[in-house]
Design a protein around this ligand. Structure first.
Ligand code: NAI
Length: 245
């Protein structure tokens, strides 16, 4: 049976590596065209992978925290692809410090990318979704937004904020057939976690009932569940090996 994603266009922010690449890759394997607003690194390898599945894939250099730039890029994507059926707000950054040392800039930049970035993209594609009377939005949150984490006041606030925004957008757009959900990953095997020492990784694994670090594909499968299921909205799925039960 074909996926309902076949022939549709999915926008995945930051899908040039890591979790975003796994999400976009799974969507492309299901026949979806892929549009990627991003800031570095070179998107060519990721785009080559998506296109290998026979779909259209384009990247657009754009800071998601910039309201005007995201408007320009969303309009360009709508023109280039002739419509957008789904949005995955994946782009995110960290700037970890204990609250005692965290600067105003550390706080503002993480909120600007992780939370306002998702607002900007959602805002600029909402009219398109409402006009179509269908659409799916998935926000990549984090278990840290649910449980907190020392050294991540800015990041945890942004990820908790995304869950509040998810529930609100779900309520606002449901009458137009548009769903909005969140995925809250735990520790996932990406460049970020690979940079940790073996001791740090072991300490993390001890907090995870399933005993291992998750894979980006585990997160991608949860995202695709939301994109394919038209009767779930306002929900958050943890993909964390039981880290926060
Ligand atoms: P990553 O650093 O490998 O990829 C993030 C992507 O976001 C990059 O490709 C970059 O181009 C893009 N990006 C960053 N700032 C941007 C901006 N201002 N405008 C446009 N694009 C921008 O990160 P990773 O690990 O793949 O994480 C993806 C998402 O998953 C993030 O939202 C992160 O917070 C979240 N997450 C990751 C976890 C992990 O263990 N790796 C755990 C929980 C959540």
């Amino acid at each position: 049976m074909d996926s309902i994603l076949k022939g549709k266009t999915v926008v995945v922010t930051g899908a040039v590596r890591g979790i975003g690449q796994a999400i976009a890759s799974l969507c492309a394997q299901k026949g979806a065209n892929i549009a990627v607003p991003y800031i570095g690194p070179d998107p060519t390898p990721a785009l080559t992978e998506y296109r290998s599945y026979g779909v259209k894939a384009e990247a657009y250099e754009c800071n998601v925290a910039d309201f005007g730039a995201t408007k320009t890029v969303c309009d360009k994507i709508l023109a280039d692809f002739g419509g957008v059926e789904a949005l995955v707000n994946n782009a995110g950054i960290t700037a970890d410090k204990l609250i005692l040392r965290m600067t105003e800039e550390d706080f503002d930049k993480v909120i600007a990318v992780n939370l306002k970035g998702a607002f900007n993209m959602t805002k600029h594609l909402t009219q398109n979704f409402m006009r179509q009377r269908s659409g799916a939005i998935v926000n990549i949150s984090s278990v840290v937004g649910l449980m907190g984490n020392a050294g991540q006041a800015n990041y945890a606030a942004s990820k908790a904020g995304l869950i509040g925004m998810t529930k609100t957008v779900a309520r606002e757009l449901s009458s137009r057939g548009v769903t909005c959900n969140a995925v809250a990953p735990g520790f996932i095997d990406t460049a970020m976690t690979a940079a940790l020492t073996a001791e740090q990784q072991d300490a993390i694994k001890r907090q995870i009932p399933l005993g291992t670090i998750g894979q980006a594909q585990d997160v991608a499968r949860a995202v695709v569940f939301f994109l394919e299921n038209r009767y779930v909205t306002g929900e958050t799925i943890k993909v964390d090996g039981g880290m926060y039960i």
